[in-house]
Design a protein around this ligand. Structure first.
Ligand SMILES: [Zn+2]
Length: 354
């Protein structure tokens, strides 16, 4: 029971009464006797209602009855039962031109927003689908040349990485090419059409070949699913270059080639990262490699993140904790069997110099 003030008639004087709330509506009591039942669907809320002070009215022939409620607990209880149509009634019943205009503008913004977020990725992905794989490889290789000077490459480690990758059961139409970059940065990235750049810094942090399988599986998926092309196309499209994207494939290739340097700093969407993580886990499973390698890889990245300098790899691979818990839950469901793989183990030991 809550107390409220009840007004009735043309010149109402407030009367103290008690009310109880149920899913049907509000029951009014005077001196302990139920005097009225107000169903929620015949009530109206005052548009100026605020917490701690509510006016509820019930329209009757000729006049209205009002309830004034100042008990916040009571207001909260009504709110919980409030049918949605009643909430709508709280808005002014007559549409002014200004409010109509406001609604129209709102709808317009919503429609444009919807077009932008729903169709833009689709249009830019459709444009990406038109790009032939060979053009993609050309883009990736020229990008690699411009960002990785040949003297910075550890050719021995590149070869070992290549051999390591070739031992994995992965079917791809792309010619995946490994490049080890002599740099202590804990970083790795993939370029369109085939190249994967792994910095020596991240290799040195690894303690087991399963971590390398996880890393390569992840980067490989960025290539296989054309994530960097999709990201670039999407960002170009958002600059209003949609017509360019859908109109002319060679123009698309040219524009993307010009932007390939941005790939190194490209931050993939969360969806792309998740797709790569999940596929990397599949690769671990298919190759009977310990899936914990994936979690250990995340731990390496996390540890780096805690250091003063945030490595690029982290900024392009955000939200490590979220990714970790997703993979953990997937791992539980998958029940992955694994065994030792002496070939991978041996190549990994050579890579880390043991
Ligand atoms: Zn990634």
């Amino acid at each position: 029971m809550y107390s409220a003030i009840f007004y009735q008639g043309h010149k109402p004087k407030g009367q103290e009464i008690e009310i109880s709330i149920s899913s049907f509506g509000i029951k009014l009591f005077r001196d302990g006797n139920a005097v009225e039942n107000w169903n929620f669907d015949e009530l109206k809320l005052d548009p100026n209602n605020e917490d701690g002070h509510w006016i509820i009215s019930k329209k009757e022939v000729g006049a209205s009855s009002y309830l004034e409620i100042k008990d916040q607990q009571c207001i909260d209880q009504i709110k919980a039962y409030l049918p949605s149509q009643l909430k709508r009634k709280s808005t002014p019943s007559k549409w002014s031109t200004a409010s109509l205009l406001l609604v129209f503008t709102g709808v317009l913004i919503a429609v444009v927003g919807l077009l932008y977020f729903v169709f833009l990725p689709k249009i830019s992905y459709a444009a990406v689908a038109l790009i032939p794989k060979e053009a993609e490889t050309t883009i990736g290789e020229s990008g690699l040349k411009s960002m990785l000077p040949s003297h910075d490459e550890d050719t021995l480690k590149s070869r070992l990485l290549q051999e390591f990758f070739s031992k994995l059961k992965i079917n791809s139409e792309y010619k995946i090419q490994m490049h080890c970059h002599k740099d202590q940065v804990v970083n790795a990235f993939a370029l369109p059409g085939g190249p994967i750049v792994v910095y020596d810094g991240i290799i040195q942090k690894m303690t087991h070949y399963s971590q390398l399988v996880a890393l390569l599986g992840h980067e490989y998926t960025h290539i296989e699913k054309r994530h960097s092309l999709k990201s670039i196309a999407q960002s170009l499209a958002s600059y209003g270059l949609v017509s360019l994207l859908v109109g002319d494939v060679s123009a698309v290739v040219a524009v993307i080639a010009e932007n390939v340097n941005s790939i190194q700093n490209l931050s993939y969407s969360r969806d792309f990262e998740t797709e790569s993580d999940v596929n990397a886990l599949e690769i671990l499973k298919n190759n009977k490699v310990d899936p914990k390698g994936m979690l250990n890889l995340f731990a390496i990245l996390e540890a780096e993140h805690e250091g003063a300098q945030i490595p690029k790899f982290m900024s392009t691979h955000p939200m490590t904790e979220d990714r970790m818990s997703l993979i953990q839950s997937k791992m539980k469901k998958m029940e992955i069997e694994f065994e030792e793989n002496p070939e991978l183990e041996s190549l990994f030991c050579q890579l880390i110099g043991e």
